[in-house]
Design a protein around this ligand. Structure first.
Ligand code: SAH
Length: 474
């Protein structure tokens, strides 16, 4: 189905659900009952008339009301099975997704998509699909079933216990639970030749490239997402949707666990592989086969994480299939911002973020950057501050800071922010010793204007004023 669905909303509760659906399917149009629904794209006065009109125009329909109302409203125009658009009823609170019509035009596919967005199970009622894990009537858009009129009997035969063989290449059936048997009585044939389907046979034909816009092998999707610091409430909604729609999930085990749990139909590729370029290439290889792939980072994917490796891998590749992949980077709350927000606003003025890891850059340049940033009076956030193989680097960095900043400069230490056992400490530069810091800590170093004061709970607020030099008169 190439036409974008139309959503019909009758209640205030319904519009919330409709907007959630639209978040995940931006192409939909929301029709709202005039006087009752605020926030729709188009108002309507008469539900029955409007829904019939859209149905007859061939638009997939999502009605946020009872199945009964929907069916009764469409009853007079239910025509030709085979060309009807999909129709679904969705409970206005988003708790149920019920495919009603359009088994041959993708209603179950649409139901699954919406159910995923709403995080519920779709009420799929077609027995063949449930049993065999695929809907024979819904091949991917680049194939078509030549003899849909035979499908009903074919599926009934399967349900009654007959076995089937496949002739030709049908990638969409490879994960189905069809009762395959080389000597099967039934036959699924995939061919581009003009053949007349025989008894007990379904014939699928690749569509000619002019038939539909997306007849080419569908390019896959690769989303590089940031989970934020940890707590799910700090994850942006677009990332939540992306995790729902993913077929393959890649990332470090810790982060994959943090993002899960995943469904049984999603493949998780956990890795402790430190070779990030290799992981990035693996993601493209999967996506280039048409799959929807998600690469997980903590915090923001663009901050000392996978996004740069992914874009670099693409830059280095001349494979057109990789360049055809729909690549999207979705942001997250980075550790420095999460820790800053917990302590007030230490990054309220100009600041810079530095990684103290010299794995991928020479230590010289790190020292130089710390010294120059300190001289320029930036507030700073240090990532990857210390680790077993890098014990002396942080003491050296502290030494450089002490050279430029006064001993009472506020320092924020954020450890496991947004995760169980979170710890936030506000100290001063003179108190900063490596023993207080580990790899799960982000260090924020104040500028010369950063200040701190006591809060009632015993902690301290820290902020860097928005002005510099002299406080403006307000
Ligand atoms: N992409 C991540 C950073 C990865 S580098 C982000 O944007 O946050 C790893 C470093 O980030 C750690 O060594 C630590 O310094 C910091 N870090 C990541 N998550 C953190 C958290 N929840 N609390 C404190 N520091 C964190």
């Amino acid at each position: 189905m190439t036409v974008a669905p139309h959503i019909f909303v009758l209640s205030a509760l319904g519009i919330e659900t409709a907007l959630r659906i639209k978040d995940g399917m931006p192409d939909v149009t929301i029709h709202g009952l005039e006087g009752r629904v605020v926030g729709a794209d188009v108002p309507f006065g008469n539900f029955g008339e409007t829904i019939r009109q859209q149905y007859q125009a061939g638009h997939p329909i999502i009605a946020l009301c009872s199945a009964g109302i929907t069916i009764r409203s469409l009853a007079s125009v239910l025509g030709n099975k085979g060309i009807e658009p999909p129709v679904l009823a969705v409970a206005d609170d988003g708790s149920a997704v019920v495919p009603l019509l359009g088994g041959t035009t993708g209603v179950n596919v649409l139901a699954r998509q919406i159910a995923q967005i709403l995080e519920v199970s779709p009420a799929i009622t077609t027995s063949g699909e449930l049993r065999f894990g695929t809907c024979l009537l819904n091949p991917p858009p680049d194939f078509q079933l030549k003899n849909p009129e035979d499908a009903k009997k074919f599926i009934a035969d399967l349900l009654s216990g007959k076995t089937v063989r496949i002739e030709g290449n049908a990638p969409w059936l490879s994960e189905s639970r069809l009762p395959l048997d080389e000597t099967g009585e039934l036959l699924i044939r995939i061919t581009s030749e003009e053949v007349t389907p025989q008894n007990g046979e379904l014939v699928f034909q690749p569509k000619a490239s002019g038939d539909i816009a997306f007849a080419e092998p569908k390019p896959g999707r690769l989303a590089v997402v940031g989970l934020g610091p940890g707590d799910a409430k700090f994850m942006v909604p677009a990332v939540k949707h992306e995790l729902q729609r993913a077929q393959d999930v890649l990332g470090y085990e810790t982060y994959v666990r943090m993002a899960g749990p995943f469904r049984s139909d999603q493949t998780v590729h956990m890795t402790d592989n430190r070779e990030e370029m290799q992981r990035a290439r693996h993601a493209f290889e999967l996506a280039a086969t048409g799959r929807s792939v998600v690469m997980i980072s903590s915090g923001d994917p663009g901050v000392f994480a996978m996004a740069a490796a992914v874009v670099e891998a693409l830059h280095e590749s001349e494979d057109p299939a990789w360049h055809a992949v729909e690549l999207e980077i979705l942001p997250g709350v980075s550790a420095a911002l999460a820790a800053a927000s917990r302590s007030g606003a230490p990054l309220g003025h100009d600041f810079c973020i530095l990684s103290l890891s010299d794995n991928l850059k020479p230590w010289d340049i790190i020292e130089k950057r710390i010294a120059l940033a300190a001289e320029a009076d930036f507030a700073m956030a240090f990532y990857n501050p210390i680790s077993k193989p890098r014990p002396w680097q942080l003491p050296r960095a502290i030494e450089i800071l002490r050279h430029h900043r006064s001993p009472d400069t506020p320092i924020v230490l954020g450890r496991d922010i947004g995760r169980p056992g979170e710890r936030l400490q506000v100290i001063t530069l003179v108190e900063l010793v490596p023993e207080l810091v580990d790899m799960r800590t982000v260090i924020i170093v104040g500028s010369s204007l950063t200040r701190s004061f006591e809060r009632l709970d015993g902690g301290r607020w820290v902020y860097t004023p928005r002005w510099y030099g002299k406080k403006p008169v307000t």
